[in-house]
Unconditional design. Structure first.
Length: 188
């Protein structure tokens, strides 16, 4: 009985080592999938952060694959010197303009919060929607920016503006004003 127990105990370090190798190997192999799913807790390096940001840009743009490869190489070269995420922002800003044109931009968290606010609406009722008002035969539609949201909230945004215009049409005898002052762009 003791010889059997001794054999089992002698194999225990090997079994533990195999288990560690399998766990580490599985984690390394699964890392790209975990990153895409947003489940990786380890913060990426600034260089990897820049690469992931370019991936996200490409998902939203109709850029030529050859041009994407050129821009990615430029971002990689510039981000190679970055020690922080903020150090990648100039390269990512350039990439957004190159891949998306003059109306595309990349904002770091501080600039984005300053421009758009740093909190989402608390409820759907608080989400910005177009408003329409008429005075002296002139109708003004105020069109706020729309950022994010699901398909239903985007449709409510569109419906609010469209219905407001339909309702105002009979009283609009002198003209229309489209007020975009609070609209910094967005999903529309």
């Amino acid at each position: 009985m003791t010889s059997r127990r001794a054999r089992i105990l002698s194999r225990l370090p090997l079994a533990f080592a195999v288990l560690v190798v399998v766990l580490v190997g599985g984690t390394v192999a699964a890392t790209p999938s975990l990153e895409r799913a947003g489940l990786l807790d380890v913060p990426p390096s600034p260089q990897h952060y820049a690469d992931m940001a370019v991936d996200l840009m490409v998902d939203g743009l109709q850029a030529d694959p050859a041009r994407v490869a050129e821009v990615r190489a430029q971002v990689d070269a510039q981000a190679a010197r970055a020690r922080t995420y903020a150090g990648t922002y100039p390269a990512l800003s350039g990439a957004a303009k190159e891949l998306g044109g003059e109306h595309s931009t990349f904002l770091g968290p501080v600039d984005a919060a300053a421009l758009f606010g740093d909190e989402a609406p608390a409820s759907d009722a608080a989400a910005p929607r177009p408003t329409v008002s008429t005075a002296d035969g002139i109708t003004t539609i105020v069109v706020p920016g729309l950022l994010g949201g699901d398909e239903a909230s985007r449709q409510r945004y569109v419906d609010a503006g469209a219905q407001g215009l339909v309702d105002a049409a009979p009283a609009t005898t002198r003209g229309w004003v489209v007020d975009l002052r609070g609209n910094h762009g967005g999903d529309m």
